[in-house]
Design a protein. Structure first.
Length: 168
């Protein structure tokens, strides 16, 4: 009778060990799936934050008073960039790029491309991040006003687009 109880106890002990082994395998699989889910969720969150920063930077660039068209009053024209101001903006940028404009744009490239009547590229701000992981480009169509190409004091208008490339 003692041998029978001993064997029965051994079988129960083996069953308990097998159940614990399966339990820990399931717990390990659950932890690995959760870790993979968190990595994917963090990547999605990083991408959303980069897109939000790209939109904020684009809005700051579009409404930058240094390049906006003005009608002679305090009210600027909507979605308009003064080409003469944009070309001369590089001089201002050289003096203050490390402080004021870096806080505003951080690591980004902002370029203005003319489509009609002249095709030209004007770099407004350029500060690329050398070891970037990802970039987000935002495009926006603008009106280009050129005081030097106008006739009889009336400025010439054209079309172009602004590209804002933000680095993470």
């Amino acid at each position: 009778m003692m041998i029978m109880n001993n064997k029965k106890a051994q079988v129960q002990m083996t069953e308990t060990i097998a159940i614990l082994f399966i339990f820990f395998i399931l717990v390990g699989l659950g932890i690995s799936f959760y870790a993979k889910y968190r990595v994917v969720a963090l990547d999605d969150q990083r991408e959303e934050l980069l897109q939000a920063r790209a939109v904020r930077t684009t809005l700051k660039a579009l409404f930058l008073p240094e390049i906006l068209c003005s009608r002679g009053s305090a009210e600027p024209e909507e979605n308009c960039v003064d080409v003469l101001k944009a070309k001369n903006f590089q001089k201002v940028l050289g003096e203050y790029s490390n402080d004021y404009y870096f806080e505003m744009f951080s690591y980004a490239n902002i370029s203005l491309f003319g489509i009609y009547p002249l095709s030209e590229k004007i770099v407004i701000y350029e500060n690329p991040k050398l070891d970037h992981e990802n970039t987000e480009k935002t495009y926006f169509i603008v009106t280009l006003r050129d005081e030097t190409a106008g006739v009889s004091g009336v400025p010439a208008y054209g079309y172009g687009y602004m590209i804002v490339e933000v680095y993470s």
